[in-house]
Design a protein. Structure first.
Length: 318
């Protein structure tokens, strides 16, 4: 006899698609099920690629970038620590190379983690943690900067953003000073078609004019020549916006920061691009812009046992 009401079938749920993480040839590649991906070279823990779901590359990497560990990588997101630029004389960092040793050392992959699935599309983020400590440095670097430290660098890929954050630990018995910066090279369609917003009325040091200090007068900064400016004492809660000049300053991407109150704006322009042996093509300056979040004005002091943290979140227009 047929029952008037049959019990409904118990649905069988299929596993949600998960992010994938692979390690090959000294680089780590993470991909989301939705198509986004990030590639990190273990030399310098340098992010060398970040692609959106449609395959659009967001970072500029020089065609002549050296990827064999013999020199810092030109492009992506090199990590500056413990000194920004040429080290000053009579300072603890004075024997280090420009921008320090973090981008000149091999890091280790500490692990990965994923967020809980927010919908039927599967996990929407994956986090990669990289580590660098005193014992991993070359003898030359240990001799040049004799402090006991630990760095944890986290790269988090999600559908709508890329987050890079750094934790610095003083593991020794004496304090040290440091500067740090995320030297992000963005890939753009045309340098003449972009404007940089949210820096008006801010003080900056202009390295192309003998390090003189100026106050930004433009609400929408255009890049029309070699540009190397360090904007300082910014509110990290106010994002730096890279916008389209033709589309009523519609945002192309935004850079929010935490613990990083300085921002470097850099483009080498024509002559300097040609002069750099690892920069290519020569006219590549037209398709790149560095917006570099950092703490580079003065020094951060870290006492024994203390930890410092800072980072950035980049959100492209999708």
């Amino acid at each position: 006899m047929e029952r008037s009401k049959k019990p409904s079938a118990i649905p069988v749920s299929s596993p949600l698609p998960q992010p994938t993480v692979t390690v090959e040839d000294k680089k780590v590649i993470a991909s989301l099920a939705s198509g986004e991906s990030v590639t990190v070279n273990l030399f310098g823990a340098t992010v060398v690629s970040w692609k959106l779901a449609n395959g659009a590359e967001q970072l500029f990497l020089s065609e002549k970038a050296v990827l064999d560990g013999s020199k810092p990588i030109r492009g992506g997101i090199p990590l500056v620590f413990p000194v920004f630029g040429p080290p000053p004389k009579d300072h603890a960092t004075s024997s280090l190379p420009q921008h320090g040793f973090a981008r000149n050392s091999y890091w280790e992959l500490l692990g990965k983690s994923t967020s809980e699935a927010s919908d039927r599309q599967g996990d929407n983020s994956v986090k990669l943690d990289f580590g660098l400590s005193t014992s991993m440095l070359s003898d030359a670097f240990k001799g040049a900067w004799p402090y006991d430290f630990g760095l944890v660098y986290s790269v988090t890929l999600s559908k709508g953003s890329l987050e890079t954050s750094l934790q610095i630990q003083n593991k020794g018995d004496k304090s040290f000073e440091f500067q740090t910066l995320l030297h992000t090279y963005f890939r753009i369609d045309d340098i003449t078609g972009i404007r940089i917003l949210n820096l008006e009325s801010k003080s900056y040091t202009d390295k192309t004019r003998d390090g003189a200090t100026f106050t930004e007068s433009s609400p929408a900064i255009a890049i029309t020549q070699e540009t190397d400016r360090v904007y300082q004492s910014l509110d990290p809660a106010v994002p730096i916006i890279v916008a389209s000049a033709a589309d009523n300053h519609s945002p192309i991407l935004t850079v929010s920061r935490e613990g990083l109150n300085d921002v470097v704006v850099w483009n080498p322009w024509i002559e300097k691009a040609k002069a750099m042996g690892d920069f290519a093509p020569d006219d590549g300056y037209k398709n790149m812009l560095c917006i570099e979040a950092g703490s580079v004005i003065g020094w951060q002091a870290l006492e024994p046992g203390e930890t410092w943290e800072g980072g950035q979140t980049i959100r492209p227009k999708i």
